[in-house]
Design a protein around this ligand. Structure first.
Ligand SMILES: [Fe+2]
Ligand SMILES: [Fe+2]
Length: 209
């Protein structure tokens, strides 16, 4: 881990001399590269995990909750691809991710999803955004912000789904989700004319139903 960080510092110093006009802080740039790698791994794992949670929800007959997990899985894959693209722009290759997670009951899986989204919203992305700003790496700031704004919505969607499940009121949950292919923004229902995070037009959303 330490060796990786030192390598990143060297990459950062190299990049700071050639790519950035604004002379970014090399330590913040190195940290941002490590944060992008961590976020890429986290989002890739979340995407695979939610796909498995969707399958489990279907097996248990929670079809509306399965749809939410499917939509969130698609959204997290967009975040992973954005982080990967940001790393590519910085000349950094990504390692293949081997996702590790446990599949439990749908109720437990929803709680796990709430915990994961809460960590990203309250701790991870705010820290990553601050460092990317300090480093003046705009492409990382954009990628982190797309994920940060979306995870806030995922957290609320999962909390609502768990509440409805606990109240035996799953039928009230959406039967269609719309995911923005630019930023992963997730709507429970049809897409708006333009994404509320990235302004992407409606025709570039995917529908999950
Ligand atoms: Fe999420
Ligand atoms: Fe968007």
């Amino acid at each position: 881990m330490k060796k990786r960080f030192i390598t990143s510092v060297f990459v950062a110093i190299f990049l700071s001399g050639f790519v950035f006009a604004a002379n970014p802080n090399p330590m913040a740039l190195a940290k941002t590269i490590d944060n992008l790698k961590e976020a890429f791994k986290g989002e890739s794992t979340a995407s695979a995990k939610y796909a498995a949670y969707a399958k489990k929800a279907k097996q248990e007959g929670h079809n509306n909750i399965a749809l939410l997990f499917e939509a969130a899985s698609k959204s997290e894959s967009i975040h992973a691809n954005n982080h990967k693209a940001a790393l590519q722009e910085l000349g950094v290759k990504t390692d293949k991710v081997d996702p590790k997670f446990d599949v439990k009951s749908t109720k437990d899986n929803l709680q796990d999803a709430i915990n994961g989204e809460s960590y990203e919203v309250s701790t991870m992305y705010p820290e990553f955004l601050k460092t990317a700003n300090d480093a003046n790496v705009n492409i990382a700031t954009i990628s982190f912000n797309y994920a940060f704004q979306t995870e806030k919505k995922h957290k609320e969607l999962y909390k609502n789904a768990l509440n409805q499940l606990n109240n035996s009121n799953e039928n009230s949950l959406a039967k269609q989700y719309s995911v923005c292919t630019t930023c992963g923004n997730t709507y429970d229902g049809p897409a708006p004319n333009r994404c509320g995070i990235s302004m992407t037009p409606k025709d570039r959303f995917v529908t999950i139903k």
